[in-house]
Design a protein around this ligand. Structure first.
Ligand code: SF4
Ligand code: SF4
Length: 111
């Protein structure tokens, strides 16, 4: 790799090819619109639960995508499934279905 005068520190780098790609692919199979997410954060900005807690749906679906599921099930319980995030998502991601399926997959993992 060429030297650009800077480098990414190893603890801050992430190889998405090896981190839980299977989990992401399964979630994207169940909710195909998730593939269109470009991490803009509109879902978090408008979220009802976010107004009262530190719940952050963008952070949570990014964690899931990266295979970091520690504490995720508890956080996802804060969602009221109101659907406001679905209305504002510029890429038409079905976040309600996404949240329901993340919850399901995390439950299935426990079995
Ligand atoms: S609003 Fe839609 S595109 Fe933006 S981060 Fe949320 S899910 Fe992704
Ligand atoms: S459905 Fe859940 S994540 Fe979306 S705005 Fe409502 S409380 Fe927030």
């Amino acid at each position: 790799m060429p030297e650009f005068g800077f480098s990414i520190k190893k603890p801050r780098s992430e190889n998405l090819d090896v981190t839980a790609k299977a989990k992401y692919e399964e979630l994207a199979r169940r909710v195909p619109s998730f593939k269109r997410c470009f991490q803009c954060g509109c879902c978090s900005a408008t979220c009802s639960a976010r107004q009262f807690t530190d719940y952050n749906i963008r952070r949570l679906h990014t964690m899931f995508r990266r295979g970091n599921t520690e504490g995720l099930a508890e956080e996802l319980r804060k969602c009221m499934l109101c659907g406001k995030c679905v209305l504002v998502c510029p890429r038409g991601v079905n976040l309600r279905q996404l949240i329901i399926n993340m919850r399901k997959m995390l439950e299935e993992e426990k079995k």
